[in-house]
Design a protein. Structure first.
Length: 988
């Protein structure tokens, strides 16, 4: 088999290109190591000096073979062979052989043949071959620096291959630079994305006194559009008019492009309209400008105008129109054009790629896949388009299969391919595949690509591998603002708030200025900021204003509204909201959510009505916020009204994440408003569900004490292949705790990690302590806490103290309270619970002492209250309430009810009254609890068939629980009681 093209080092080439002494061995020696250089060069010389030159082994299966006598090798022969092999497979090796053959023959190519050879290197996309050709030309043209024509071709070759450093190095070494030289290097910088360098070179060219041509002007205009520099663009526009190039196709196209990229579509249209003689190229540039600025309807109109004027559309024309159809999701016009281009024979790879994107954007994934399969020839763009279509439909496994197939047929993935795959890996949290993609970075030499490294950080963060994300970030040779944002997001997503804030503060030290997304990300860590800012975000707000490189964007203002809302400074949130001049939907949602979480649900609903009046279109997040507001207001009637609004808005329940999320919010709202029946009804009518749907209904069962139903639902969920998440297990453990299913709770806690790889968080540990505590296994609860490898602060001890209060466990209660008060000396609940335990045992001095300590510390026991909704109006009660306008009827009903249930064996549990008073007074106190008053009012004000729903801010006592159970029997009413911990349902 023939020897492969030698791998050549950049240092060897630079030495060859700029320090050659004319030695005929220079070309060969510079391409090989000292140890093996002679043998490699001699082997090639022996092969080349034979009677024939075989580019490939002389087997019958070889496709290409060149056999000519050396005496017949002239310029015509080499030109013919270069043209022939450039279009064939394995052309890189074949052209390399021709270069070796020319060198061995001592052949001196003229400038035309040299240009043809360099163009062949570009077609092969081979940097190694380019260096080989460069070295050969250096040997046959010892004074290459002075040959402007060949140097211009070399600069163009390196630029087209993407090696701008080599192009600039060669340009700087030229002794004489012509206008073409300057145009070539300016074009190279512009095409490679080095826009500022292109502008600076253009300025230097003008200072040299060289005349202007349309190529240099077109290139610098392109650079100006890349910089989005409107002022520079207008200066160049004036220069083009002054120089007489305003009618040139390249210049006018570039002018239209620069104005469109700067969102000055009217200026683009002016340039287009002042063109004296239109052609299809000018129409194409204007079509592209319309598409880029989202004026898709105008694009279609201009396309039809061009056809009506007799212009014949070409590939770029249809490509722009297909993009417009994609943006508008106009599948019908796009499909009609698809048939038309097939009919006229214009269908090719470029338009096929555009059509795949069109079908993808219009939701026709199967059509996109069918078109992809039918295409005979496929480029990397084709593969990227279909992989992106898979990403949009969450077809992760399909995308991975296509990625592997692409490589198996010899198509090398580029950074666009890897970006699409990485985005799907991140969405699917598929760590294994993510690591495989990461391994390909080295294989395909993408290690220096900043965009890919940024995507890697995001992928590892979403897979929960924060350490690996940090390693990628630390190893990046250069970082942009997106890199910092990705790492900040990684910290925030994984609840490393302190690290995120530290990284944010250190960002400016590197010379990278935060952008709007940076502020949005760091403001997303408001749960940590709430503690750090101690309720006042003004200092942090000022820091953002000082750091920002320009006026705050709407997205940053929205994030500030959310921050102030989360730390309870609603006035500041309102001020920022009112100052936003162009509010987007996120602005309205942020303010509505701020009202909702700060207990101003009525204001949230009023703001929604105002938004409707102004014609602002809501989205699924708006509905979710409103439903959450209903659950916070505990208004079942309002929830049902918004349910009707949702049904009207979503006439057909589809499988989109937005639709499913709204119905999940409905389930949660109904369960929190005391109607588990409505929650189950919504769940059962959902056509498509996700893990959150299952988890939400599980949570409803948990809070209603329906533990056995929750366990049955969980087993059904697993049987249907739905993978549970951490919240699913939290709801499951809560169900076990509220129902007393200790063994089942232990079992599910164990399999959470063993079978599903979900590591418990503090909430799961708290559920286990509650499980043991409620069932009276207080020693097991203590042992569970003490055996944990990590100290979780006061959370678990607070749960244990609640269990001690329930079971009146004195010594353990004192121990738990002591541990809590060491860390949180201002926790009033701990004082109250311990005081109640003391009072239960008649330790009045200790109880009074604790109450005195609370008073000295400025702590107050939260006043208990209950409320009930009657006719869209809330009625509130406190214990022994004497201010309600219907108090006389309420107390009469209470006495009547007490008399009836005493006949059923009810006796007030006066031992729960923790006051040092006589027994008769205790009986009065416990009989006038706020929830009893609310229930009696509900019986009086509602029809006999209507359920009674009462909400209490504190935990209901055991006596009230027993009382409501008996009242539901004698009144034949369904009573639902929601306290601070769960729902209590009583039914005859």
């Amino acid at each position: 088999m023939a020897s492969p093209l030698p791998v050549l080092s950049s240092r060897a080439f630079i030495g060859t290109a700029f320090h050659s002494d004319g030695d005929s061995n220079c070309l060969f020696s510079s391409f090989s190591s000292p140890k093996h250089g002679a043998s490699v060069a001699n082997a090639h010389r022996e092969r080349i000096s034979s009677r024939t030159v075989s580019l490939y082994p002389p087997q019958p299966s070889e496709k290409y073979e060149i056999c000519h006598l050396r005496s017949r090798r002239d310029a015509h022969y080499y030109a013919t062979e270069i043209r022939r092999v450039s279009t064939q497979e394995c052309s890189e090796f074949a052209i390399g052989n021709l270069i070796w053959s020319m060198d061995e023959d001592g052949f001196h190519p003229n400038r035309a043949l040299a240009a043809q050879l360099l163009q062949a290197c570009v077609r092969c996309s081979s940097y190694q071959l380019a260096k080989l050709a460069h070295g050969f030309l250096l040997r046959v043209y010892p004074d290459l620096r002075n040959d402007t024509i060949i140097c211009n071709n070399l600069v163009g070759m390196y630029a087209k291959l993407g090696y701008l450093d080599d192009a600039l190095h060669l340009f700087d070494g030229m002794n004489e630079k012509s206008l073409i030289s300057w145009s070539a290097v300016i074009s190279a910088c512009s095409q490679s994305g080095y826009f500022l360098a292109a502008v600076l070179l253009f300025r230097e060219m003008r200072r040299e006194g060289l005349a202007l041509n349309e190529f240099a002007l077109g290139s610098v205009l392109k650079a100006s559009s890349g910089l989005l520099d409107t002022f520079l663009g207008k200066q160049l526009h004036a220069l083009s008019i002054q120089s007489g190039f305003q009618s040139d196709v390249c210049v006018r196209t570039a002018l239209i492009t620069i104005y469109s990229r700067c969102n000055l579509i009217s200026d683009s249209l002016n340039v287009f309209q002042y063109i004296d003689s239109h052609d299809i190229t000018s129409y194409n540039s204007m079509l592209a400008a319309y598409v880029q600025n989202g004026n898709c309807v105008e694009c279609i109109k201009l396309f039809l105008q061009a056809i009506s004027l007799g212009f014949v559309p070409n590939e770029p024309t249809y490509a722009s129109v297909f993009t417009a159809c994609s943006t508008m999701c106009d599948i019908y016009f796009g499909r009609a054009l698809h048939g038309h281009i097939i009919k006229i024979g214009l269908f090719g790879i470029t338009l096929g790629n555009s059509l795949i994107t069109l079908y993808d954007k219009c939701g026709r994934f199967n059509d996109a896949l069918k078109l992809f399969t039918s295409m005979g020839e496929k480029t990397i763009v084709t593969w990227n388009a279909v992989i992106a279509a898979c990403a949009h439909k969450n077809r992760f496994s399909h995308a991975v299969d296509l990625f592997k197939r692409m490589q198996s047929v010899g198509i090398r993935p580029n950074h666009v391919t890897l970006l699409s795959i990485l985005s799907m890996v991140a969405s699917a949290a598929a760590l294994k595949q993510g690591k495989e993609i990461h391994a390909q970075f080295t294989r395909y030499a993408f290690g220096q690509n900043v965009a890919l490294a940024n995507s890697l950080i995001t992928m590892y963060a979403k897979c929960g591998c924060l350490d690996k994300a940090k390693v990628v970030f630390d190893k990046m040779p250069s970082r942009d603002v997106i890199s910092w944002n990705a790492m900040l997001s990684a910290y925030v997503q994984n609840n490393h708030w302190k690290d995120a804030f530290k990284l944010f503060k250190g960002m400016n030290l590197t010379g990278i200025w935060p952008d709007d997304h940076t502020f949005t990300v760091i403001l997303g860590s408001s749960s940590w900021l709430e503690e750090q800012l101690r309720g006042d975000g003004r200092e942090f707000h000022a820091y953002i204003l000082k750091t920002a490189s320009k006026a705050l964007a709407v997205s940053t203002s929205n994030a500030l509204v959310t921050m102030y809302s989360n730390i309870g400074n609603l006035n500041a949130a309102e001020k920022i909201f009112l100052k936003i001049r162009k509010k987007d939907l996120y602005s309205w949602n942020a303010m509505m959510d701020g009202y909702s979480i700060n207990g101003k649900g009525d204001d949230a609903i009023v703001l929604f009505l105002k938004m409707q009046w102004l014609g602002v279109r809501w989205d699924h997040l708006t509905l979710s916020i409103l439903l959450a507001t209903c659950s916070r207001l505990l208004s079942l009637e309002l929830s049902r009204q918004f349910h009707a609004f949702v049904v009207k808005s979503y006439t057909q329940i589809d499988d989109s994440p937005s639709s499913v999320s709204v119905y999940n919010a409905l389930i949660s709202t109904y369960s929190k408003c005391g109607s588990v029946a409505d929650a189950i009804c919504v769940y059962e009518r959902m056509v498509h569900t996700d893990v959150y749907s299952w988890t939400t209904i599980l949570s409803a069962y948990a809070h209603y004490g329906m533990g056995h139903k929750a366990l049955e639902l969980f087993e059904t969920m697993i049987a249907q292949g739905i993978s549970p998440n951490a919240v699913t297990f939290l709801s499951l453990l809560t169900s076990c705790a509220h129902t007393g299913l200790v063994k089942e709770g232990i079992y599910y806690f164990d399999i959470m990690t063993k079978n599903y790889g979900i590591h418990p968080e503090v909430e799961h540990y708290a559920c286990m302590v509650d499980l043991f505590g409620r069932s009276g296994h207080l020693e097991k609860a203590v042992a569970f806490i003490m055996d944990l490898p990590v100290n979780h602060g006061t959370t678990l001890w607070k749960v244990l103290l609640g269990s001690c209060h329930l079971h009146k466990e004195l010594n353990l209660g004192i121990e738990a309270a002591s541990r809590i008060l060491q860390l949180e000396p201002g926790d009033e609940t701990t004082y109250v619970l311990l005081s109640n335990i003391y009072a239960f045992y008649g330790m009045w001095e200790d109880s009074i002492k604790l109450r005195g300590m609370m008073k000295n510390k400025g702590l107050k026991k939260e006043t208990g209250w209950s409320r009930i909704e009657i006719g869209n109006k809330w009625h509130g009660f406190v214990a022994g309430d004497v201010l309600h306008p219907h108090r006389k009827e309420i107390y009469e009903k209470l006495e009547e009810t007490d008399e009836k249930i005493r006949g059923m064996g009810y006796l007030p549990m006066t031992e729960l009254v923790l006051h040092d008073v006589d027994e008769s007074q205790k009986e009065v106190l416990i009989s006038h609890h706020s929830e009893k008053l609310a229930v009696c009012f509900g019986i009086l004000q509602t029809p006999p068939s209507k359920p009674i729903r009462v909400i209490k801010n504190l935990r209901t006592c055991e006596d009230c629980h027993n009382w409501m159970n008996l009242v539901s029997v004698i009144e034949k009413r369904f009573i639902i009681m929601r306290d601070s911990r769960r729902f209590h349902c009583f039914k005859d």
